[in-house]
Every structure is written in C-alpha cells, then in structure tokens.
Design a protein around this ligand. Structure first.
Ligand SMILES: [Zn+2]
Length: 446
C-alpha cells in the first residue's frame, strides 16, 4: 500500500478567457448554418445497419453541435457503449474524448469511463468501503488518464473514490493494481502547496487531484510491469541504497553503515563489550521491527553478552536506559516507516547520508544528502523511497506543462526521457492535454 496526502490551497481564479470566446462562437454559428439538420444527420448515422464510426467522429469534429446531441441522447450513448468491435476501438475512444465533458449523469459517465479505459469504477471495486466517484471526480480522472501512456493505464484494474469532500487529495494503491482517492469534488482546482512540498519544489502549484492520481497510476504501472523505479541508473541519481532488513546480516550492515555516517552514534560511558552488545541490539530492533521495545532488547543483548550486571536488574535497566538515549537508538526509533522522518531530513547528525524505512514492514533506504540539498526536488515525498521518487517524477512529467517539465532536476528529466518515454511511444501530445481544459471552460460559461 502506498499513500499520499497533502494540504491544499485554492488556486486563484483562472485567467479570463472571455476575449477568446466571441470569434469561436461566430465560427461555430457559421458552421451550423451549413448543417442545419445536424439532428437528423446524426439520427441517420446511428440508425444505419452497420454504424460508420469514422463518419460519426468526422461529423463530431466538423460540427460541434453534434457533441451535445450525442451526449444528451441515451440511445446513441448506449450504441457507443455497446459497440464491441475491436477494430473500431480507437475511433470509439476518440468519440468518447469529444463528448465526455458534456455527459450529465453519473451512471452514464461511469459506463463511458470504463468503456474508454477498461477500468472498473463500480462501487466496491477497490475496497468494500470505496465507491463510484461522483461525476466531477470521474471527469477529472478521465482527463488525467487521457494524458497518461495507454500501456500504463491498461495496468490499472479499478478506480474508486473514498471521501469526496476531503480538503486535499490523497491516493492509495491496493494490491498494486487498484486505486482509491480522496478528493474535494467542490474544489477540483486545489494545487500542491502543503505539507509534502517546500516552496521551491517543482510540484508546487500543480493541480493536486491530477498529480495524486497520476502518481498512483505511476505506481501501478511500475509495480505491475515496468520496474522503472528499480533501474540502477535511476537509483544512482540520489544514490539510493536498499537494506532488506530481514535478510541475514543486512540489519547489522545497516547499523554499521548508519554508525559510520553518524556523528557520535553511541556517546556515553560505555565499555567496549557494552558497545558491541548495543550494536547487536540495534540490529535486532530493526530486524524484529520492535522500536517500542528498544530498552528490553538492549537488556536482552547485554544478558546474552554475559553483561548481566551480576544479576543487578536495576543496574542493567539503568545502562540500557542510557543506551536508548544515544543518537543511534533515538534515530532508529524515529526512522521506522510509520514515523515519516523523511519529511524532516536531512538530519544534522547524519552529515553525508540519510537512513530510514520507507514503509513499515518494507525495506530501509539510504540516499546521499546532496541529492536533497544541492538540487531542486519535485517534493519532499520523493525521499520516502525510490518508488515514491519515481511516482513524483512521473506525476510531474505527465501532468506538467512544458514549462513545468523544464523545472525538473536535469538528471531525472534526462533519465525519464531516455528510459521511460521510448517505452510508451514518446511524450504525450500537448494539444490533447490542453483540449479538456478548453472544453471545461466552454461548459462553465453555458
Ligand atoms: Zn506513492
């Protein structure tokens, strides 16, 4: 499971596009004069024995009035939804892209969504308590999936909403192939600005719903198929190093590496034997995932090393208590996956590398400080683990404008364009990405 939640502020009102409106309306009027009988032409097209989908698409594109005629006619919509001709799939998709913004009821929108992307959006498709998104959420998601590589969207099995008046946006991926999101249906314009980004981060100002959903789809495709986040070249950028803590010797290696990079890890009046036992205890806490039992585990390690304090339990407890307060043990306690310590890195006592567990029960990770302090980052969240590093990059790239993409740290951007894009048929067309926004603006005016 991966989870992301961010604070939000409302974006200031969008640029007034009214000045662009008038010529557009005039042009449209001219066109519809030439095709007075759009209604009957559409009727004819849909009434044919063998429906000519390309003809319908051409009609849609040349006569914008046809968009609302189809979007408001349940019979036409049903014919589109029921069409199972594989050869017509691309055309059907293009037709849906033209009309989805104008759909007015949720159930139809849900069907269209599934038709377009093959993603189950029915209630409970993700978890028993998740539901079909409301129509605003479905349209918002449509717009996001449209911009993402088809081969990635194909990995997504189900998409649901949870809290729809959440004053932020948050996504969770289940079983690596199903996504549930919290969002605010009353304010889809919320932008990244909060707890998981610093003011200079690339993701600041980006639409939060879009980046959240794109981030999760990035995970789905990565985990289910591509494994981009494990590419050695990608890992090299931040010098990510993995510690699979439950494998033999790995927790001890992690403790040794932490100590090597830590200022005064075990400062105190400790004998060499006590220090050796402490290191064993530190590895044991990590391996057994028991940060709350640090003191008991240190006592146990002392006893195992024959440092029983001659049976003086009070003395043992006192020593262990001193040990718990050292930088090493304090850090280990605070670096477990549920403590989110990557939020506040880099720590002064780790002047060269950071060490933490990304998610409780999963690997520990280390990265070099320069990756965070010397170059522009996408967000704080990217330092949770390489999967998040990748998902944040993915969301920034695919949801970002060309200008925003240029802000991405050069090494990451170069790697992404060299490694990820060739596998998905190049960059998405900016024209396609812009279209839904224009349609939405037109719809608002109406
Ligand atoms: Zn994530």
């Amino acid at each position: 499971m991966s989870d992301k939640a961010e604070q939000a502020v409302s974006k200031s009102s969008k640029k007034d596009q009214a000045k662009d409106k008038k010529p557009a309306v005039e042009a449209q009027d001219k066109k519809s004069k030439g095709s007075k009988n759009s209604e009957s032409e559409v009727q004819e097209l849909f009434g044919a024995q063998q429906i000519d989908w390309n003809g319908i698409l051409t009609k849609l594109q040349s006569d914008k009035k046809v968009r609302s005629i189809i979007a408001n006619n349940q019979d036409y919509l049903n014919k589109i939804i029921d069409c199972n001709d594989a050869a017509a799939k691309t055309t059907i998709n293009a037709i849906l892209d033209e009309i989805y913004e104008l759909i007015s009821d949720e159930a139809t929108m849900a069907k269209i969504f599934t038709k377009r992307f093959g993603v189950d959006v029915s209630a409970g498709a993700v978890q028993s308590d998740t539901k079909t998104m409301d129509i605003i959420g479905l349209k918002g998601s449509y717009k996001v999936l449209q911009k993402l590589p088809e081969s990635h969207v194909q990995r997504l099995k189900a998409l649901n909403g949870r809290n729809e008046t959440y004053k932020s946006s948050s996504g969770t991926t289940w079983n690596a192939e199903k996504i549930a999101v919290d969002y605010d249906k009353n304010n889809m314009d919320l932008v990244e600005s909060g707890a998981y980004t610093d003011k200079d981060d690339t993701m600041v100002g980006m639409n939060m719903f879009e980046t959240t959903l794109a981030h999760e789809v990035g995970h789905v495709a990565d985990t289910m198929s591509f494994q981009f986040s494990r590419d050695p070249e990608f890992l090299k950028i931040s010098d990510w190093h993995e510690y699979i803590y439950d494998r033999t010797g790995v927790a001890q290696q992690l403790v040794n590496d932490m100590m090597t990079n830590m200022t005064d890890p075990l400062l105190g009046p400790f004998s060499d034997d006590e220090l050796a036992a402490a290191k064993t205890a530190a590895a044991s806490i990590i391996k057994r995932q028991r940060p709350d039992s640090s003191q008991d585990i240190i006592v146990e390690a002392f006893k195992n090393a024959g440092l029983g304090g001659d049976g003086n339990q009070m003395l043992l407890d006192y020593k262990a208590g001193q040990m718990v307060n050292t930088t090493l043990f304090q850090h280990i306690q605070n670096a477990f996956g549920n403590k989110f310590c990557w939020m506040n890195e880099c720590f002064d006592y780790l002047p060269t590398r950071q060490f933490h567990q990304g998610y409780l029960g999963r690997s520990w990770w280390s990265y070099k400080n320069e990756a965070r302090t010397q170059v522009k980052k996408n967000s704080r969240y990217q330092f949770r683990d390489p999967g998040e590093d990748y998902a944040e990059l993915y969301a920034t790239y695919f949801m970002g404008t060309p200008e925003k993409r240029k802000e991405i740290e050069p090494q990451r951007l170069a790697w992404f364009e060299k490694t990820v894009l060739p596998q998905v048929g190049g960059a998405p067309q900016q024209q396609a990405a812009q279209k839904p926004q224009q349609q939405q603006a037109a719809q608002k005016k109406k």
